[in-house]
Design a protein around this ligand. Structure first.
Ligand SMILES: Cc1cc2nc3c(=O)[nH]c(=O)nc-3n(C[C@H](O)[C@H](O)[C@H](O)COP(=O)(O)OP(=O)(O)OC[C@H]3O[C@@H](n4cnc5c(N)ncnc54)[C@H](O)[C@@H]3O)c2cc1C
Length: 489
């Protein structure tokens, strides 16, 4: 346990200033707060501050600056690398701040930054308006990290990435000032900051306290959803077909890929390995069913069809990709249209076939549609022309299993890398070389300028924050210390 470097007097003063709470090491609330989705992340901040409002956020920032401590912000805690936490500094936990206000007429939702997507889906369902957010496919992902990094949703081909639906936000910048910024901001610096916060990734420019999001009336109150699975022997035929077929689909349909363990139908306690697709169609059931006929004709081992609202569907499947505190090594890349070539599928077949842990899996997002209608430099998210974003999750339980599973994930990534054109900052990855270019392409230069303007002393920093020179050591055998964390400051 790290020694508390803050004097008891300072802590007492901090507590008096806050309407939220101070959590210290050794207490159950502290231990619960540092347990994030990826159990491999083990960090020990000196103090966790649970903010209860914007004033508390300013207090926390001033406290960290006065004490000379690092500060990171904890949203939903789904950073694959745990950049929301730190050791020795302050973690600002936003989880008390879950307020939401829907303006059904303007179709806007104001949401505080402690909200998870599960909170938003429940709120939207209870509103009875039928309106939907462009939210995460995982219930426990937090709104703040998701939107700032871009945010791919099952509805993105219809409505753009989540950041395209960000209308304004409230942020406390490194100078301790709360600001409300949007496209309507008068100053060029604020416009630049708003640009950077739509794809630049969380943790870089300030503490976001609230967002105003555009929400949408879907084309039909209920959508068509399907889960289709195939035996792995059919991969070349089916994924090869899918690669071309998705180019013919309307924007209203998204067809995500998955390869991994699935429950044996009729015997759910047993699993088998399959691959397949998650289909979401923002329209009539019958039209959706007709559109997927070519997939249904290719001998699936099973198909589940659903007709429900998007929030209801998220509530049903929204924990599929969470590792729920187990150890995970997560790698990902961005692929252009038609990238699932026979060679790329062969890599999938080989690595999914020899994975050391049967719980490991690969999923991929299907982009295009409205996402591609925005220019790569219009927001900080550059991958507008991407079609697929595969993410592999190597999952294990004991320290003895770590090396085999990490090396498998590393080699799998290396084999797929020739098919990638970049990486997605929300699948943040400490083993990525040249990460500045991979995450941001031509937008990095402007992000650096925004960072220098708004955070000249580099207060908001982590291993892969904007401006960091960090490059990982990828020599084999790999550094197995937690997440290759080598801080550069
Ligand atoms: C199981 C799972 C499913 C996922 N599904 C999807 C998906 O469907 N689509 C998709 O696009 N991505 C998905 N992701 C990736 C996800 O979008 C990112 O991990 C995202 O950054 C998580 O946000 P968070 O708030 O939960 O995480 P956190 O770890 O809390 O935050 C991520 C980063 O943002 C910073 N941050 C958090 N709150 C704030 C704030 N208020 N102000 C400033 N900075 C802040 C943190 O310090 C950290 O650097 C998934 C991830 C997981 C683990």
């Amino acid at each position: 346990m790290p020694k508390v470097r803050v004097s008891p007097g300072s802590l007492d003063y901090l507590k008096q200033q806050l309407s939220g709470y101070v959590l210290l090491p050794g207490t159950p609330d502290y231990e619960a707060a540092v347990q994030i989705d990826n159990g491999r992340v083990q960090q020990q901040p000196t103090v966790i501050i649970q903010a209860n409002g914007e004033k508390d956020v300013v207090t926390a920032l001033r406290f960290a600056q006065k004490e000379g401590l690092k500060l990171t912000v904890l949203g939903g805690g789904h950073s694959a690398t745990g950049y929301c936490l730190n050791t020795g500094g302050v973690v600002l936990d936003m989880s008390l701040m879950k307020g939401m206000v829907l303006d059904a007429k303007r179709r806007t939702l104001r949401v505080q930054m402690g909200a998870l997507w599960s909170d938003v889906y429940a709120y939207m369902t209870n509103s009875g308006t039928g309106l939907i957010p462009v939210g995460g496919g995982c219930l426990t992902v937090g709104v703040p990290g998701f939107v700032q990094g871009g945010g791919f949703s099952f509805a993105s081909r219809s409505y753009g990435i989540s950041a395209d639906n960000l209308l304004s936000l409230k942020i406390v910048t490194a100078d301790g000032k709360p600001r409300h910024i949007s496209e309507a901001s008068k100053s060029k610096d604020e416009l630049d900051l708003f640009w950077a916060l739509r794809g630049g990734g969380g943790g870089n420019f300030g503490i976001v306290t609230e967002m105003e999001l555009q929400v949408h009336k879907p084309n039909t109150p209920k959508m068509f959803m399907a889960q289709i699975r195939y035996p792995v022997e059919l991969a070349q035929d089916v994924i090869g077909f899918y690669n071309n077929w998705v180019e013919t689909l309307p924007n209203e349909m998204a067809v995500y890929g998955i390869w991994g363990p699935t429950a044996v139908p009729g015997n759910p306690s047993k699993t088998t390995t399959t691959f397949g697709f998650t289909v979401i169609f923002n329209g009539e059931f019958g039209i959706g069913l007709k559109l997927i006929e070519p997939l249904m004709k290719r001998n699936p081992s099973y198909a589940n069809l659903n007709h429900m609202t998007l929030p209801e569907y998220e509530e049903m499947v929204g924990l599929t990709t969470s590792v729920k505190g187990r150890n995970a090594y997560i790698r990902a890349g961005v692929m252009p249209p038609l990238a699932w070539t026979s060679k790329a599928i062969k890599v999938l077949e080989e690595y999914m076939g020899n994975r050391p842990s049967q719980d490991s899996f690969m999923v991929w997002t299907h982009l295009g549609g409205k996402v591609a209608e925005v220019a790569p430099g219009a927001t900080a998210f550059p991958h507008r022309k991407a079609r697929f974003v595969p993410e592999l999750k190597s999952i294990w339980d004991t320290p003895q299993q770590a090396r085999a599973n990490i090396e498998w994930g590393f080699n799998f990534y290396q084999a797929l890398e020739p098919f990638f054109t970049g990486s997605y900052v929300n699948y943040i990855d400490p083993l990525l070389t040249d990460w500045q270019k991979k995450y941001y392409e031509g937008n990095y230069k402007r992000l650096l300028e925004v960072k220098r303007k708004w955070d000249p002393k580099n207060f908001f920093q982590f291993q892969q924050s904007i401006g960091s020179k960090f490059q990982p050591d990828t020599a084999m055998p790999l550094d197995l210390s937690p997440l290759n964390r080598t801080f550069v400051d």
